[in-house]
Structures are given as C-alpha cells and as structure tokens.
Design a protein around this ligand. Structure first.
Ligand code: 5GP
Length: 185
C-alpha cells in the first residue's frame, strides 16, 4: 500500500486533467507572449517546480528560467504566518524584461502580493502571474492572477509539487488531505 493513501480525503485533480490544463495554459501563454521578447519564468520554490517543468515544455516562445524561494509558513504549519521571508533571491537582473511568476498555489495571497511588489520595484517591462491553483475563498489580499489552472475549495492539498509536511511533492495528482492528518504524526 502507498504510504500516502491514509492521508487522502479525495483526489481533487487527477493527472490527466492536470496535464491537459497545463497544456492549455501553455497555449494561452504562447499566444499572449508571441510578440514579446526576453521572457523570464520565475519559479517559486519549492512547490512550483513540477508545474514549471511541465508548463515550460508547452511554452514555445524563447524564455529563460530562474528560481526564488519565499516562505510565509512556519515549518510544518498550515496557516500563513503573514510574515514573508526571502530564502533565495534571483541571480539575474530583471530590469526591462517580461516576467512571469510561476506559482503552485495562491491561498491568502500574502506571499504573491509581497513578491509582486518586490519584483515591480526592480522595473521589469511587464509582470504577470501564473498559478496552478487558487483558493479564492481564502484570499486576504486582492492580487491580479493572469493565468489560473484551477480554482479549488478551502482544503489543504498536496501532491504535484505541494507538500504534506515536506513529503509527497512527487505525486502526479492533487489530493486533499484528511482533516487533522500530519505526515509525521
Ligand atoms: P499565501 O501567502 O497565498 O497564503 O500562501 C501561499 C503559499 O502557502 C503557497 O505557495 C504554498 O507554499 C502554501 N500553501 C497554501 N495553501 C496550501 C495547501 O493547500 N497545500 C500546501 N501544501 N501548501 C499550501
């Protein structure tokens, strides 16, 4: 038996549905950026990694990638602390470039609002946001999300880059965790 099975309340988005939507997002991005040069995809670690690598395979506009690590959660906690910290910054200059943030999930919006302000202060030519998942009912900060994979209910989810207490990011689907379950308990 797979060790993650006891934690799953339900599979919210299966692999086929996920991949089809990512392909469609790629097509939309190709159309929107066809006349723009110097596209930089900024992946937010760690949750955005699987999404980035699948999405970029469907983006045919020339582009570079870079990574940032930002946290607003305490270790193991499932509620945003509201305090955002940069754990890893970009290694390149973004001035005058077309930036697309690739994020796993927008929950309260605190993390992305902070990241957006930070990057806009560096004078890019444009800045858009692509999030695989969004929990609109949890939003505390109104931020524009240009590309959304799926809107989901207020449930803690894991798989496909998202962790359950740092585990199970490798699963090819998105699952909702059974309330009260912790991977290390
Ligand atoms: P926000 O600042 O929007 O409240 O939180 C964004 C970050 O919280 C995400 O990038 C992600 O790391 C984490 N997060 C929010 N909701 C979930 C969830 O349902 N599952 C997991 N694994 N992480 C989440």
């Amino acid at each position: 038996m797979h060790s993650y099975l006891p934690f799953i309340e339900e599979i919210l988005i299966d692999e086929e549905t996920l991949q089809a939507r990512i392909e469609a997002l790629g097509a939309q991005i190709n159309a929107d950026y066809s006349h723009m040069s110097d596209l930089l995809l900024i992946c937010v670690l760690k949750g955005g990694v699987l999404f980035l690598t699948d999405l970029m395979r469907h983006i045919h506009v020339p582009h570079a990638i870079d990574f940032m690590a930002i946290s607003s959660y305490g270790p193991g906690a499932r509620e945003s602390s509201g305090i955002v910290r940069i754990d890893l910054d970009l290694r390149q200059n973004v001035e005058g470039r077309n930036l697309l943030i690739v994020e796993d999930i927008v929950d309260t919006g605190t993390t992305l609002a902070y990241l957006r302000r930070l990057l806009l202060a560096r004078n890019p030519a444009s800045l858009r946001i692509c999030a695989l998942l969004s929990k609109p009912s949890r939003r505390l900060t109104d931020i524009p999300i240009d590309y959304v994979g799926f809107e989901i209910p207020d449930k803690f989810v894991f798989g496909y880059g998202l962790d359950l207490d740092e585990l199970y990011r490798n699963l090819p689907f998105i699952a909702a965790v059974k309330p009260g379950m912790y991977a290390h308990s």
